[in-house]
Design a protein around this ligand. Structure first.
Ligand SMILES: [Zn+2]
Length: 262
């Protein structure tokens, strides 16, 4: 039988470092996620090094349709200016949109005003809203508990649905708000109870158990996670939850067609 080729969806992890020390030491790369969803390319959370990691991997910024920031913290937004410059070919081609929470755009904007003019538009992320980029749509179902205004996203492509749980303190709303076949979770800490409003492994385990995706990918590792070897943590979580849990690696490309096999 002839195989019908579905539009291809992939996610490239430009880096897997999260929070301060793994990012400032670059023991792991940082730089965010590069989504290629049925041909629509979207950059999510361009942290420090995004321009280096993306060009190294031959990803072409001028093919991007949008850049999305979950929040203004440096590890999610440091390279937004250079990536807007690259997306718009230095401003010669007015192109692409930027999506970010209001507090990343207002008092002390993360993006320079002259670069903002290079964009086709800027969209403010708000709780419970949905947005579209070409043939892709996404929602920002719930505001996270984090020191600055922060949202995760649920993406819908012609072929797949997946969620990205950006930085947050744990609260039950996370389990209710995110679904889909794939769950990407920023898991900074190994142990729960740290005061800095980040998810830890036991909380990620609870979310995975509640949401029951086909695959969960852990990323955005702080030092305690890195020292614990994320791939071993993921293996343990797979056994404990019955869900296939992976630890992202710097430069890893996850092809969402893998979800269709299971
Ligand atoms: Zn943060």
């Amino acid at each position: 039988m002839e195989e019908k080729s579905l539009p291809n969806d992939s996610i490239t992890f430009l880096g897997t470092a999260g929070a301060r020390f793994t990012v400032t030491s670059q023991v792991l790369a940082s730089g965010g996620l590069w989504l290629n969803l049925s041909g629509t390319e979207i950059l999510l959370d361009p942290g420090p090094g995004c321009i280096v990691q993306s060009t190294k991997r031959k990803l072409k910024a001028d093919k991007l349709s949008a850049i999305i920031l979950s929040h203004r913290h440096l590890d999610h937004s440091a390279d937004v200016n250079i990536m807007v410059e690259a997306m718009t070919r230095g401003g010669f081609k007015r192109h692409g949109r930027l999506f970010a929470p209001a507090d990343a755009l207002e008092n002390e904007p993360v993006i320079f005003s002259y670069l903002k003019d290079y964009l086709e538009g800027v969209d403010v992320l708000q709780e419970g809203k949905s947005y579209s980029i070409g043939n892709i749509s996404f929602t920002t179902p719930i505001r996270h508990i984090h020191p600055v205004e922060t949202y995760g996203m649920v993406f819908t492509t012609p072929a797949h649905t997946f969620s990205y749980i950006a930085d947050s303190r744990y609260f039950d709303g996370l389990c209710r708000s995110y679904g889909g076949e794939l769950l990407i979770i920023n898991v900074v800490r190994l142990e729960a109870g740290h005061p800095l409003d980040h998810l830890a492994v036991p909380e990620a385990k609870h979310i995975i158990t509640e949401v029951k995706p086909k695959v969960a990918i852990l990323t955005h590792f702080g030092m305690t996670m890195w020292r614990a070897k994320p791939w071993e943590v993921a293996e343990r979580l797979s056994q404990e939850t019955g869900v296939r849990v992976l630890a992202a690696r710097d430069g890893m490309r996850f092809d969402l067609s893998q979800l269709d096999e299971s």
